[in-house]
Design a protein. Structure first.
Lengths: 199, 133
């Protein structure tokens, strides 16, 4: 029995457990975002005077942010495909592209925040803006940590190559990044598009 | 030797992921994003007339949910794991918790607003119960 057991390949199982554990983390993070979405929806009507989403947000600008993030979600998939074939330089190139797109997204978001605060529409102004900054800011914070992770990942791949552990970490990073784009679909729809429709 | 070592599947997946999967997911996601955006812009340009609120809101919510599922399948590869499908199970549980959390909060808070908003209560009750003064 024990001979039979040792003859089986022992390794592959552990990696899939790590991925599963990370998946469980992502699902609990979904619950965090769900509570922020609920808070935002409840506070949606509590604006200061007529200053609702329709006046404060620029839809074309937000569409630009969305396209950057969606494309970056696609390019990190390209990095995974290159990693699957063991093409180290291609993985690094796709990671760089993903990083630039992600940094562009974060830069646009910070520009939007700065403009809002400068015009006096900070989180302290109304319940609606508190909910908005908490929800979108939490997503932005996730993006920032994802970008840091991406830099660390690129350095690791550069130094150690595409071994089993780097491949595993890259898989987790890609799951995290795709997950952030999933959350953004709902921010785009509920906060911005529905905000523009309902005023 | 080292090439063979690299030609393996991504941890947590049974099959290697394909270009096709990512390209399909990307194109569908783009088209859903542009459709939702285009409909909202049309709505705003026609002075909130076409498409009307009650049609437009369900449509963009359905487009968001559809894009969510498309990305889960094509980008996060949900549903391709071997049985038992633990990822899918945890995902299902998450959906349940999120549904209770979001709909529960909105339900309770709207009810509170209905019953407790100063001044508004009388008018809303009079209107809802069909009382004529």
């Amino acid at each position: 029995m024990s001979e039979l057991h040792s003859a089986l390949p022992a390794a592959p199982h552990d990696d899939s457990k790590t991925v599963f554990g990370f998946w469980v983390y992502l699902m609990t993070d979904c619950v965090l975002f769900a509570s922020l979405f609920a808070t935002f929806s409840v506070l949606r009507g509590s604006t200061f005077g007529p200053h609702g989403g329709a006046e404060l947000f620029s839809l074309p600008f937000v569409l630009g942010e969305t396209l950057l993030l969606l494309t970056s979600s696609f390019t990190i998939g390209m990095a995974i495909l290159a990693a699957q074939r063991g093409l180290k330089s291609q993985v690094l190139a796709w990671l760089t592209v993903t990083f630039i797109l992600g940094a562009g997204f974060l830069g646009m978001e910070l520009t939007e925040f700065t403009n809002l605060v400068r015009e006096g529409n900070s989180w302290a102004r109304s319940g609606f803006l508190s909910g908005f900054f908490t929800l979108v800011g939490t997503h932005g914070l996730h993006i920032a940590s994802g970008l840091i992770w991406m830099v660390v990942m690129a350095v690791q791949i550069h130094l150690r190559g595409l071994g089993r552990s780097t491949l595993r970490r890259l898989t987790l990073l890609s799951l995290f990044w795709h997950f952030l784009d999933l959350i953004w679909i709902f921010i785009f729809t509920i906060v911005y598009l529905m905000g523009a429709v309902q005023g | 030797m080292s090439r063979d070592y690299h030609m393996k599947t991504i941890p947590g997946n049974t099959k290697p992921v394909s270009y096709r999967s990512y390209i399909t997911g990307f194109i569908i996601s783009l088209s859903f994003t542009f459709s939702a955006y285009g409909l909202v812009v049309a709505h705003l340009n026609t002075g909130h007339r076409w498409p009307g609120d009650h049609v437009l809101l369900p449509i963009i919510i359905v487009l968001a949910l559809a894009q969510f599922i498309v990305q889960l399948v094509y980008f996060l590869h949900l549903g391709v794991e071997p049985r038992p499908r633990w990822k899918l199970l945890v995902f299902g549980f998450m959906t349940l918790v999120v549904a209770i959390l979001v709909f529960g909060s909105l339900w309770i808070m709207n009810n509170l607003k209905y019953n407790m908003s100063p001044g508004g209560t009388d008018t809303s009750i009079i209107k809802d119960e069909g009382i004529h003064k």
